[in-house]
Design a protein around this ligand. Structure first.
Ligand SMILES: [Fe+2]
Ligand SMILES: [Fe+2]
Length: 162
């Protein structure tokens, strides 16, 4: 595999794990702020990000490439509000989308067709992720400052499956 593409895919494993870790930090804040439903939602998101990292890991492993696993950055467990959490989460998803797009561009440049196929799943997934986080943020913004509305949303978010 092209060296730059391999480096990029390796880095993406780290970025997915970092996203999961960021969301776990958010789950911590939400739990400590007595929002078990929002916390449950973020924990589920952590597991989803771990599955993204594993998808990349397994792809590189199947291709017989050498995998490197550098340290994952420390993350915050301090946020200002539920809205602040989802604003930052949506921002992070946008960074991930930009990173995936860059990888896809590189894969096309070096004509790595299996990487292109694998990355297409991530391109589609990021459309879904930004939509999910954006829709959640919109609901939270409507409820912010109204405790009863926010608590109702909390219990709704607590029903997230998977
Ligand atoms: Fe992801
Ligand atoms: Fe994500």
């Amino acid at each position: 595999m092209n060296k730059d593409l391999l480096k990029g895919l390796n880095d993406q494993i780290n970025m997915e794990l970092e996203a999961g870790y960021i969301y776990l930090g958010m789950a911590t804040y939400l739990d400590e702020s007595d929002f078990p439903g929002f916390s449950h939602w973020m924990r589920a998101q952590t597991r989803e990000e771990l599955s993204h990292a594993m998808r990349l890991f397994e792809f590189l492993q199947e291709r017989g490439e050498h995998i490197v696993l550098p340290a994952i950055k420390e993350v915050s467990t301090e946020y200002k509000s539920v809205e602040d959490v989802w604003e930052k989460a949506l921002d992070h998803e946008k960074q991930v989308t930009a990173s995936i797009d860059k990888l896809m561009k590189k894969a096309h440049e070096v004509k790595d067709y299996s990487a292109i196929g694998m990355l297409q799943w991530f391109v589609d997934e990021q459309v879904e992720e930004e939509d999910t986080f954006g829709a959640a943020l919109a609901k939270i913004q409507m409820a912010e400052g109204k405790p009863s509305a926010l608590l109702m949303l909390d219990s709704k978010f607590g029903k997230r499956e998977g």
